[in-house]
Design a protein around this ligand. Structure first.
Ligand code: MD3
Ligand code: FE
Length: 220
């Protein structure tokens, strides 16, 4: 099946179910175009380092677009209509983002996915994301769509209970991962960001030193 828009051509067609509920679309999207759109979002809602409820500053910088955004502070993790920095609504989700996420979910077997939140994560090579579940959303029947840009990362996927051995997945620029069904409440994290690109090059020209991940969710 090929339902890709021209904006996000499928560079490689080998769609792979890595484990039940986890579908990898390698090199699915054209990231230089996507990154231009990310930069427009950042003008309204720049990256910032949030604090965990325990008071630690996260090493991943984040922002959001969509009708709600995910945030963390001393009062906990939650979704909010408002950006705490500007006190304004988060920027609208760009239609290209919505189309990409909806389309990738459909290819992976979730034809009704309509994200209301795009969490944008920015990783330096020092950043890590420790193992966690995404469970701040109202309904876990919806999948989560992850889009990787820039430097590659080693992503760890565990089971639905904490601990155990992880499946290591290298996520490269342009890769899209869809998590649903049995994998929706799996523990997962980012162990490290690789300083060099997948083929031994320095990072990409447009994103030489960072990894940016778009995480599309249906929060409400
Ligand atoms: C849900 N981000 O923001 S992509 C996060 O690469 C997050 O920035 C990672 O985990 C990143 O919460 C991973 C999103 C993702 C990945 C795997 C999942 C969500 C998932 C597995 C099960 C459920
Ligand atoms: Fe997560």
């Amino acid at each position: 099946m090929n339902v890709n828009s021209d904006l996000f051509p499928c560079v490689r067609a080998d769609i792979e179910e890595l484990r039940e509920g986890v579908v990898l679309l390698p090199g699915y999207c054209s990231t230089p175009e996507l990154y231009k759109i990310v930069k427009r979002v950042l003008k309204f809602a720049p990256f910032r380092y949030m604090r965990t409820p325990g008071g630690r500053q996260m090493s991943v910088a984040i922002t959001n677009c969509g009708s709600v955004g995910w945030l963390s502070d001393k009062n906990g993790y939650r979704y909010s209509e408002f950006d705490p920095l500007s006190q304004l609504a988060w920027p609208d989700m760009p239609p290209e983002f919505f189309e990409l996420a909806k389309n990738a979910a459909a290819v992976a077997g979730y034809p009704d996915f309509e994200p209301d939140c795009c969490l944008v994560n920015c990783y330096s090579t020092e950043a890590r994301l420790s193992a966690h579940q995404d469970k701040d959303e109202l309904c876990f029947n919806h999948p989560i769509v992850s889009v990787s840009m820039g430097l590659s990362a080693i992503f760890k996927l565990y089971g639905t209970k904490r601990g155990g051995t992880a499946l290591d997945i290298r996520l490269d620029d342009g890769d899209v991962l869809v998590f649903g069904g049995a994998a929706r409440l799996a523990f997962h994290g980012v162990a490290r960001v690789l300083a060099r690109g997948p083929d031994g090059h320095q990072g990409l020209e447009f994103l030489p030193e960072q990894r940016i991940n778009l995480t599309f969710r249906r929060a409400l």
